[in-house]
Ligand binder design. Structure first.
Ligand SMILES: Cc1ncc(COP(=O)(O)O)c(C=O)c1O
Length: 360
């Protein structure tokens, strides 16, 4: 039996895709082997990675002057890999809107003089700083943002305008593929797979070609985007199972009608949860300013935290899991990624309304 999994990541994957994986696990495409057992350099797997890349390009509208890299090490490794590859002896700007961009900013300090160009920490990360609060360096090597803060539930719907010539670098780990993104506005996009893409162990980097080839001299080859791009992400053995599964997810999203269609469902799902919070008469609260509320991660607290354990126990009885909030924020968090069905969201909203009616 499948439960409704609201975990922030690793997160729910589409049942249909998992069934396909199960069905072809022992004998993948008549090879008599699982996809995990075939050579990454053989023609069967080459076709998997090439198709996955082509489908991702179609889904996101990635122009031909961008490379798509399938890497390992998670998004956290990118916090280091980005300055290694892009700083180029200069400084970079970071906008801090939650725990993840704060970590990225901190890690980058190991590689050079990076600047805090804006932060909403004084407001407990409940908003994105406005344009007039930002202090942007026109000489920066790049401007880093996190377009969806998974812990604080803060999403950027409008991008900051970087000074001319300063590429925008975005951590999209927890909302990539949830809606169309205007790829040409970015110099580099990265995302760990374990939310909307597939299993943990894979990270996708989409990088504009003119940003390649500036890595500092001590950058290890496997961490040099240019080397990885030259080798089609196969300088060494890539995370083959993750790439295969990501490829199946991309096909599934295309079959749903692409990201415009996916976005409509995600808007409807998020609306249901935010409406349940708004109509609870203060029983549930989401601290994020309305314009920045994430469609993927909805943190909410109960006005009486003594009821948290009872809420989670009732959730478990109803087969709803992964709702406990991050320890730094407390309360609950519903992560409602692409693969969370409308039925799952309705089951959560039923619980919220029922529970509030009985305990208010
Ligand atoms: C926005 C964001 N960035 C970075 C990370 C770190 O990802 P990883 O654990 O793959 O290194 C996460 C993990 O949840 C995240 O949500």
């Amino acid at each position: 039996m499948r439960i409704f999994n609201f975990s922030a990541g690793p997160a729910v994957l589409p049942t249909k895709v998992l069934e396909q994986v199960r069905d072809e696990l022992l004998d993948w495409q008549g090879t008599g082997m699982s996809v995990m057992e075939v050579s990454h350099r053989g023609k069967d797997f080459t076709s998997v990675i090439e198709t996955a890349e082509a489908d991702l390009r179609t889904l996101m509208g990635i122009p031909s002057n961008y490379k798509v890299l399938f890497l390992q090490g998670g998004a956290t490794q990118q916090f280091a890999q980005i300055p290694m590859n892009l700083l180029d002896g200069r400084s970079a700007d970071y906008i801090v809107t939650g725990s993840w961009s704060k970590k990225a900013y901190k890690e980058a300090q190991r590689f050079g003089a990076v600047r805090l160009a804006g932060s909403s920490e004084a407001d407990s990360f409940t908003r994105v700083p406005s344009a007039d609060e930002l202090k942007l360096d026109p000489q920066a090597a790049y401007l880093h943002i996190c377009t969806n803060e998974t812990i604080h539930g803060v999403e950027m719907f409008d991008l900051p305008t970087a000074p001319a010539g300063v590429p925008l670098v975005a951590d999209m780990s927890s909302h990539i593929l949830s809606r169309p993104m205007d790829v040409p506005r970015y110099g580099l996009i990265y995302a760990g797979a374990q939310k909307n893409i597939g299993p943990a162990g894979l990270v996708i980097v989409i990088v504009r070609e003119d940003l390649l080839g500036k890595a500092s001299a001590i950058t290890p080859s496997v961490m040099d985007y240019a080397t990885m791009a030259e080798n089609g992400s196969m300088l060494n053995t890539p995370p083959t199972f993750g790439i295969y599964l990501a490829g199946l997810i991309f096909k599934d999203l295309l079959a749903q009608g692409g990201l415009e269609a996916v976005e409509q469902t995600n808007i409807a799902k998020a609306q249901l949860v935010y409406d349940a919070i708004a109509s609870s008469g203060g029983f549930y609260r989401n601290p994020v300013q309305e314009a920045f509320r994430s469609r993927m991660n909805v943190p909410f607290t109960l006005a009486n935290p003594a009821l948290d354990a009872a809420f989670l126990a009732e959730a478990a009885e109803r087969q709803l899991s992964g709702l406990k909030g991050h320890k730094s924020v407390g309360g609950m968090r519903a992560s409602i990624y692409n693969a969370m069905s409308l039925d799952g969201v309705r089951a959560l909203v039923d619980l919220m309304q029922d529970f509030a009616a009985r305990k208010a």
